[in-house]
Design a protein around this ligand. Structure first.
Ligand code: NAP
Length: 320
């Protein structure tokens, strides 16, 4: 089968298209014919061995994807050959014609959702849901700031929060991003590259109930000052350190929580995927595909996902 492999840590130039053996499955696994593979910033961290990520070589990148189940392990229940699925954390890498999947991190994909859209749902979709609801405990009527709303996680988070009846403020770094957030139905839009953009929320009476933070090393101190009483910040992304003022937390009875998708349990993932299915099926949540790439162009997708000026997801379309 075709696969993108790397044999050492490095930049996107270590990614090479190769012919490799199709991976075998054990009795507890699924073999999926990958139709589309999602690209996430974490793929670049693993490729480069940065942000505490390591891997073994040869490495086939990619956790996310969508495809068709072609083989089912003897002890697997709930899946049949021919099932349309999306997955996160696949076992052997999604930048390949076939990948081995764990049934605990593989989910049914509605017929109404394309392969390319399905490939946006694994890491970004589950992260957005788990951050908003399982960690952030968002409820209808609350106000939420999606701080970094134009990327893969943020665009789903805006739609999930709107569908759940929250008042959504969403941040972008470009005019194109602002336009996208308007289309997604955000109630207020701010630009995180402008001066004092959180000023309207800088008092406890008007502050946010919840903030989903995509770049905590830049924003956490600012977030705490924009929280209302008993407000919560869920840290989804961070690429360094920051100094905060603990009094901001104390004054508001506020809380800061971390959220790493890796910490989710199989039961939690089942619950989240069941909540996502009808939202996807009805079109209430629709992944935003910014650009598709052929498998051989994975390096270009890895470079693109780290550029600023986000506007949805980058996806490898295996049919190209
Ligand atoms: P992405 O598609 O690259 O999007 C990045 C987002 O961050 C964009 O909306 C970008 O906006 C925004 N951003 C850039 N500078 C910002 C600033 N100063 N203030 C606020 N936002 C800013 O990445 P993603 O897939 O959505 O993931 C977002 C972050 O979460 C990444 O760091 C990723 O590694 C992390 N993540 C964590 C988990 C987890 O389990 N904790 C899971 C998935 C992702 P502009 O480009 O418009 O400026």
């Amino acid at each position: 089968m075709r696969a993108i492999c790397s044999h050492e840590y490095g930049g996107s130039d270590v990614l090479q298209l190769e012919e490799v053996e199709q991976p075998p499955i054990n009795d507890h696994q699924l073999l999926v014919a990958v139709k589309a593979a999602g690209i996430n910033p974490v793929d670049t961290y693993i490729r480069g061995g940065t942000n505490n990520y390591t891997t073994t070589f040869p490495h086939i990148p990619g956790m996310d994807g969508a495809g068709e189940v072609v083989q089912v392990g003897a002890d697997v229940k709930g899946f049949c050959t021919g099932d349309r699925v999306f997955f996160h954390r696949c076992v052997t890498g999604s930048a390949a014609d076939f990948t081995v999947c764990d049934p605990n991190t593989t989910y049914k994909l509605p017929d109404s959702v394309s392969w390319v859209e399905g490939a946006c749902m694994g890491v970004p979709g589950l992260t957005a849901y788990r951050a908003l609801f399982n960690r952030g405990h968002a409820v209808a009527g609350e106000s939420v700031l999606i701080h970094g709303a134009t990327g893969a996680v943020g665009t789903i988070a805006v739609q999930l929060a709107k569908a759940a009846g929250l008042n959504v403020t969403a941040s972008a770094g470009t005019e194109e991003g602002e336009r996208l957030l308007r289309q997604l139905g955000a109630d207020q839009i701010v630009n995180h590259r402008s001066e004092d953009y959180l000023k309207p929320w800088n008092n406890m009476d008007d502050g946010f109930d919840l903030i989903l933070e995509m770049l905590a090393d830049v924003n956490l101190d600012r977030d705490l000052k924009a929280l209302g009483r008993r407000g919560r910040v869920v840290v989804v992304g961070s690429r360094g350190n920051i100094e905060i003022t603990p009094r901001d937390l104390m004054a508001r009875d506020a809380a800061v929580m971390g959220m790493a998708l890796f910490n989710g349990t199989p039961a939690e993932f089942r619950q989240i995927s069941q909540a996502l299915f009808p939202l996807l099926d009805s079109g209430m949540v629709k992944p935003v595909v910014r650009q598709t790439f052929a498998l051989g162009d994975l390096a270009k997708a890895h470079d693109a996902v780290l550029q600023s000026g986000a506007a949805g997801n980058y996806v490898i379309d295996l049919s190209l």
